[in-house]
Design a protein around this ligand. Structure first.
Ligand code: UD1
Ligand code: CA
Length: 421
């Protein structure tokens, strides 16, 4: 396995945020998390170069990716300078390094794998990922020699008008033989339009030092879509969602209205399940076969539904397991629950799982064949044993025995002729 360096020190001014750019999220996952997940299995150690609000990024990485380490770059003098920050940590490393940016969450594991394999197959010392863009503005351009070999990368700000017309751009992903190229980083110069140490100059350096330099052309340009603003974030979220939806459609899930449906990449769905319009399915979930979800359902993560479960309109579900043939068809909140099979959750049922005084969340356990009457509040911790019924409008604060009817409803009073009197 190889190692990676992920560039994430930039400021991200256009995000207009108090948060570092790479900690913005799509489906609850941080942008840099997408990159680290994409390299997972290809690399065994990752170095994330941080600068702007470094402590926050560092804390996130530390808590979520134990094989990844943050390295501070301060001040930020360019992408080449950023990589050079890793030199002390990789002094004795012999092998390949893949370099990526922290703000391109749509890159896939498959592409990185193929890219690294092409680097190896070509016996390359340096492979640059390129892409063909009809509108190449703002990207570095790939300059090739007349025989097609790679000459150099020219940044837009340093490019001649001829070079600006080149449509092959630098995607910003590199694979390099660390042993052979690491010394380049102490030789980079900043005599360019931006006064920065450019990582891209290693191409020219490689050529001057007799190394094998190649380009790999990306097949799907969407994968290097970079986030620089909240508008970009919205666009990338849509693209990722579309990718997820296409996968489920292919697998036999029926999605009535892909435009209004949101499904996180970490959600599994069985064939013949129907997702009705306007559902928001976030986090990690597993939905079985022949389920019906929505319209207007909200799954917030850690939801496991067996086959033939119905989650209807305005039902919110979080951290909950539901066994087969159970229905929660209308207007409910189910949080921190274990629900059996053949259960009916009446309209308006709420699991009161959170005690705001103790700030403790507790579980509601509902066994097979239980029927919960409409508008009930189930105050956790609570177990409702098999086959029990809860009358409508009850507030249940004590465990309910099997096959019992439990209710807290006030007796109905009819006052004859009260209105006339
Ligand atoms: C860079 C490439 C350009 C390529 C483009 C692809 C250089 C000189 N240019 O340009 O050829 O087409 O990416 O998107 O590399 N960063 C640091 N420290 C720094 C500067 C940048 O960590 O000192 C990080 C940024 O946070 C970002 C990445 O490096 O994640 C790329 O930096 P950015 O300024 O966006 O590079 P571009 O100008 O877009
Ligand atoms: Ca720049």
């Amino acid at each position: 396995m190889i190692k990676s360096i992920i560039l994430a020190a930039g400021k991200g001014t256009r995000m207009k945020s108090e948060m570092p750019k790479v900690l913005h999220t799509i489906f609850n996952k941080e942008l840099v998390g997408y990159i680290l997940d994409a390299v997972n299995g290809i690399t065994d150690e990752n170095f994330v170069i941080v600068g702007h609000q470094a402590e926050l990024v560092e804390k996130y990485i530390k808590n979520n990716y134990e094989n990844s380490k943050c390295i501070l770059q301060s001040p930020q003098l360019g992408t080449g300078h950023a990589v050079s920050m890793a030199l002390p940590y990789l002094k004795d490393y012999e092998g390949d390094i893949v370099i990526l940016c922290g703000d391109t969450p749509l890159i896939t594991s498959e592409t990185i794998k193929e890219f690294v394999e092409s680097h190896k197959a070509n016996n390359s010392d340096l492979t640059v990922m390129s892409a063909i863009f009809e509108n190449p503005a703002n990207y570095g351009r790939i300059v090739r020699n007349s025989d097609g070999s790679l000459n150099s990368i020219v940044e837009e700000k340093d490019a001649s008008s001829e070079q600006k017309a080149i449509k092959e751009i630098n995607a910003g992903i590199y694979c390099l033989n660390w042993t052979k190229i690491k010394s380049a980083f102490s030789e980079l110069k900043s005599n360019n339009a931006q006064g920065e140490y450019y990582l891209t100059d290693i191409v020219k350096w490689g050529n001057e030092n007799g190394l094998k330099v190649n380009a790999y052309t990306l097949k799907n340009n969407e994968e290097i879509f970079g986030i620089n603003s909240k508008a970009h974030l919205a666009e990338a979220s849509k693209m990722l969602n579309q990718r997820v939806i296409n996968k489920h459609l292919e697998n036999g899930v029926q999605i009535i209205d892909p435009q209004s449906t949101w499904i996180s990449p970490d959600t599994e769905i069985g064939a013949d399940t129907i997702i009705y319009p306007s559902c928001y399915i976030n986090g990690k979930n597993k939905i079985g076969k022949h389920c019906k979800i929505g319209p207007f359902a909200h799954l917030r993560g850690d939801v496991i539904l067996e086959d033939n479960v119905k989650i209807g309109n305005f039902v919110e579900v979080k951290k909950t397991t539901i066994k087969s043939h159970t229905n929660a068809c209308h207007l409910s909140y189910l949080g921190d629950c274990e629900i059996g099979s053949d259960v009916n959750i009446g309209a308006g049922t709420i699991t009161a799982n959170y005690n705001p005084l103790t700030k403790i969340k507790s579980k509601t356990i509902i066994k097979d064949n239980v029927k919960i009457g409409s508008n009930s509040v189930l105050v956790a911790p609570l177990t409702i044993e098999e086959g029990a019924n809860v009358g409508a409008l009850s507030v249940i604060t004590k465990n309910v025995p099997a096959w019992a009817l439990t209710l807290t409803r006030a007796p109905l009073r009819v006052l004859e002729n009260w209105v006339k009197k």
